[in-house]
Every structure is written in structure tokens, then in C-alpha cells.
Design a protein around this ligand. Structure first.
Ligand SMILES: NC(=O)c1ccc[n+]([C@@H]2O[C@H](COP(=O)([O-])OP(=O)(O)OC[C@H]3O[C@@H](n4cnc5c(N)ncnc54)[C@H](OP(=O)(O)O)[C@@H]3O)[C@@H](O)[C@H]2O)c1
Length: 270
């Protein structure tokens, strides 16, 4: 019996605001239909309506908590329900945690690992085989400059982004020679609500690294991904930083990172 015909779509996680929303606009501008995923229904629907009317592409939404196994499973169920297949997957949803590791509460670290590592791996494992079978599409993972170094006082977050970078480069090599691509985009600090959510909005890393808007980062990520680049670092200063971080001795780098990442009040006091 012939396979049912499904329409290609780009699945974007964490697409209701911030970089995920900018990436959704970028993919839509290039004509890709979208399945946008986040937990909050109102912001997600508003984003979908705005993108659909600006670009004319079909935009479906899925309300799901991807830090749960059921949430990741519901992505595949939603694709089937809507008669779609995941041509591209953008693993963007992630959360940060700031402060001493030993002081994080209850299951905070577990939730970070569940979203930043497990969900990204789970969704990739679910959708990549279909891409390889169709010899088309790919996975764009949102990593961070944080992935190039250990980050005291944001240790779990930095480590999660190192995982994203490592997995992405490994999978990019595994699919080399096919038409499927896997890449990581590694932005520096962005002007989103991400930092305030974890209470790090006064920390020195935001003063000294320079904060980029999400639109140029999304443009650079999309262009680099479609050109087949494996690691995309948007912005000249960030690109130079990434080259430095790859070779800098950790005996000097990690204490400096601790100074940049220590939790501070508005006055700058730790
Ligand atoms: N902000 C930065 O400086 C920066 C720098 C480098 C890399 N990045 C990376 O860029 C990506 C986006 O960051 P951002 O700053 O745009 O984040 P953000 O503004 O905090 O937005 C996060 C998005 O993820 C969704 N989300 C959060 N938890 C979720 C869950 N459990 N299940 C499903 N969706 C969830 C949120 O919607 P709901 O709350 O409604 O679910 C929202 O749409 C992340 O991977 C981050 O690590 C950020």
C-alpha cells in the first residue's frame, strides 16, 4: 500500500517569543510551512496568526511542555493529525538557571536537562530518520557561545549547550554525503526575556559581551544552515570570541567566567 502523502513543515520549538519567534519568521519568509511549539497558548496563537498573514504560509501550533516525554510525543502526534511531516526541525526551546549549583531548588536542574538536552535529543531521534529516508531536510539546534566553555554560576546551562554543540557536529558528520543537514547556531547574549527569567539581568556578562537583537541572529542562522554550515556563530565579536574560547586555557578562562556570571544586584554587587 502506498504511503499517505504528507506536507513538509518546519517544526520550531519555543517559537512564541525571542529567538524561536524570529527563526519562525525567517523560515516563513522563505516559504516553509510551520508547526510552532510552546507551552503558552495565547502568545503562540498570536505569533502564528501574525506570521501566517505576513508570509502566506500555513502555520499550525501545538501547545506542549517539551520537558516531558509526553510533550515530545505530542509533536509527532500533531504532525500525523495535521497530515504533515517534519522536513526541518529547529530545536530552540531551552531554559537557563543562574546561581550556585548547590543552591538550585528541588527539580530545577532536572527540568533544565529535560528541556535543553533530553527534549532536543528526543525530537531529533524521532524526526531525523524520516529526513534521512526522504534524503531531504535537516535539524538546526540552538546552542550558544556558552557551549564553548564551562560557566560557573550557570554551570548546568553551559554544560547543556556544550552537549548541543557536540551532538550537532557529530550528527552533521553522520549525515554527510546525504541531502540532510544538521547544524548548531551559537549566539552570544540576546535581547530577550531569557536572562530576567533566571534573575541574571544585572550580571556582568550582559555588559561586556554585547547583546544582539534576535532578527540578525535568525537571519544569519537560517542562511548558514541552508548553506550547509555546521556551526554558525552570528556577529563578528561573537565569532572572534568563539575562536578564542576554543583555545583559551581553562585555568584562566573559568575564574574569569565566574566573575562574569556571578549573580549581581542592579548596583553590581554580588
Ligand atoms: N537569550 C540569550 O542570550 C541566548 C543566547 C544564546 C543562546 N540562546 C538560546 O536561544 C534559545 C532561545 O532563547 P530565548 O532567549 O529566545 O528564550 P526565551 O525568550 O526565554 O523564549 C523561550 C521560548 O521557549 C518556550 N519554552 C520554554 N519552556 C518550554 C517548554 N518546557 N516546552 C516548550 N516550550 C518552552 C517559551 O514559551 P512558553 O514559556 O510559553 O513555553 C518561549 O517560546 C535557547 O535555546 C537559548 O538557550 C539564548
Amino acid at each position: 500500500m502506498a504511503e499517505p502523502v504528507t506536507a513538509p513543515v518546519t517544526v520550531i520549538t519555543g517559537a512564541s517569543e525571542g529567538l524561536g519567534l524570529a527563526l519562525a519568521r525567517e523560515f516563513a519568509r522563505a516559504g516553509h510551512g510551520l508547526l510552532l511549539v510552546a507551552r503558552g497558548h495565547a502568545a503562540l496563537s498570536a505569533a502564528a496568526d501574525a506570521i501566517a498573514s505576513a508570509s502566506g504560509v500555513r502555520v499550525d501550533v501545538l501547545v506542549a511542555d517539551l520537558s516531558t516525554r509526553e510533550g515530545c510525543g505530542s509533536v509527532v502526534a500533531a504532525l500525523e493529525r495535521h497530515g504533515l511531516h517534519g522536513e526541518y526541525l529547529v530545536n530552540n526551546a531551552a531554559l537557563g538557571l543562574s546561581g550556585p549549583f548547590a543552591e538550585h531548588e528541588d527539580d530545577e536542574v532536572a527540568r533544565l536537562v529535560d528541556l535543553n538536552i533530553r527534549a532536543l535529543s528526543d525530537l531529533t531521534a524521532r524526526l531525523l530518520p524520516g529526513m534521512i529516508a526522504r534524503n531531504r531536510g535537516g535539524v538546526l539546534n540552538v546552542a550558544s557561545l556558552a557551549g564553548f566553555m564551562p560557566g560557573p554560576f550557570q554551570g548546568a546551562y553551559y554544560a547543556s549547550k556544550a552537549y548541543v554543540l557536540s551532538l550537532s557536529e557529530a550528527l552533521a558528520q553522520e549525515v554527510a554525503g546525504t541531502n540532510v543537514r544538521v547544524a548548531a547556531v551559537a549566539p552570544g547574549p540576546l535581547a530577550t526575556r531569557f536572562h530576567a527569567r533566571m534573575g541574571s539581568q544585572h550580571d556582568y556578562y550582559l555588559r561586556f559581551q554585547g547583546v544582539m537583537g534576535v532578527e540578525p541572529v535568525a537571519r544569519s542562522a537560517y542562511a548558514g544552515f541552508m548553506r550547509g554550515r555546521r556551526v554558525i556563530v552570528p556577529g563578528v565579536v561573537n565569532w572572534v570570541s568563539a575562536q578564542f574560547l576554543r583555545v583559551a586555557p581553562h585555568t584562566l578562562l573559568v575564574p574569569f567566567a565566574a566573575w562574569l556570571l556571578a549573580r549581581r544586584e542592579e548596583s553590581g554587587n554580588v
